[in-house]
Ligand binder design. Structure first.
Ligand SMILES: Nc1nc2c(ncn2[C@@H]2O[C@H](COP(=O)(O)OP(=O)(O)OP(=O)(O)O)[C@@H](O)[C@H]2O)c(=O)[nH]1
Ligand SMILES: [Mg+2]
Length: 305
């Protein structure tokens, strides 16, 4: 795979800021596309594809008007088609509840999917107290879920809490997103011990039902700790038990043994449906000293009635 095959796309203010952070962690392995109505999102992003949804008359955004953003995004379909032409996988990042991200994300997902790409979206839902934003977000989420292959729902509340615990501003709660994007991109870009590829990813994302992703990091001799860190994910409620599909990538330092690999993989797959399709990949990375990182994509989860 080449860098142009994976596109990290940020839509709206939060989405763009997350995309820039995530892309910096996988520079050279993925391209980036920033989509916003607010030009200030494009600062420090010389190498990115930029889709400006702004208008000279209202440079500040689509001010809580998703239909306007959607319409402008549709107007960009020819340019988007050029950007999307070589792309096999889009990792789409968005914070729902505002105008631009909520209106443009699902339309960009639609265009990407039509162009033949797998679309994995990560969408943050507004803070609980923001009722108007929450109802705008709900509508946008529904449409995003229809267009993306996988939509991982994050809670801004939890992201913010984790950022606070780390002593950073809530907008910076993006570390989890960065770990996730970096993990996925590395999985797909580099040769592993056991090699995963896009066909594997496609098999998992095409299962019916809901999907989510987990990232766990910890010591090789402490698989419970790794699972525990994965369960700290800032996900909106979702029970992963009974998932039908699971793509799991285990990455460890030079000393990682097959025994450790199996133990960690087993921890993560125990809660799945007994007949789940599990695709395992593993990789040794010199920079991961005495550390194991696990990235999983779970799919085919039946939502509770
Ligand atoms: N409390 C708080 N929440 C924010 C703030 N900025 C963004 N958010 C949250 O993040 C979500 C997405 O925000 P943005 O990415 O800035 O929105 P956008 O897509 O750029 O939309 P517009 O700017 O309205 O066109 C919002 O719905 C809010 O829940 C802020 O300054 N304070
Ligand atoms: Mg904005």
């Amino acid at each position: 795979m080449e860098a142009s095959h994976i596109l990290i796309a940020g839509v709206g203010g939060l989405g763009c800021s997350w995309a820039k952070g995530a892309h910096a962690r996988c520079d050279g392995f993925a391209d980036m596309c920033l989509i916003d109505a607010d030009d200030s999102s494009f600062e420090h992003s010389e190498s990115a594809h930029l889709l400006r949804l702004g208008h000279t008359l209202d440079p500040m955004g689509c001010a809580a008007l998703p239909p306007l953003a959607e319409q402008r995004m549709r107007g960009y379909s020819a340019l988007a088609r050029t950007v999307l032409e070589p792309v096999e996988l889009v990792l789409l990042l968005v914070g729902l509840g505002g105008g631009t991200g909520t209106g443009a994300a699902h339309e960009f997902a639609r265009q990407a999917r039509q162009s033949g790409a797998i679309v994995v979206a990560v969408a943050a839902l507004p803070f609980d107290v923001q009722e108007t934003r929450a109802s705008i977000a709900e509508e946008g989420l529904h449409r995003l879920e229809k267009n993306a292959h996988v939509t991982v729902r994050l809670s801004l509340e939890r992201l913010a809490r984790q950022a606070r615990e780390r002593g950073t501003a809530w907008q910076m709660g993006a570390e989890w997103i960065e770990d996730l994007v970096e993990g996925l991109v590395r999985t797909l870009m580099r040769m592993g011990l056991i090699n995963l590829d896009l066909m594997d990813l496609r098999a998992i994302v095409e299962k019916k039902g809901e999907a989510t992703m987990l990232v766990g990091i910890g010591k090789p001799d402490d698989p419970e700790g790794i699972l525990e860190s994965a369960m700290m994910a800032p996900l909106a409620e979702l029970d992963v038990g009974g998932a039908q599909g699971c793509l799991i990538q285990v990455e460890g330092g030079i000393g990682m043994t097959i025994g450790q690999l199996e133990e960690v993989a087993n921890m993560f797959t125990e809660a799945l449906d007994p007949n789940a399709q599990v695709i395992l990949g593993a990789r040794v990375s010199e920079d991961l000293e005495d550390t194991i990182r696990v990235v999983t994509l779970l799919s085919g989860i039946q939502s509770k009635p």
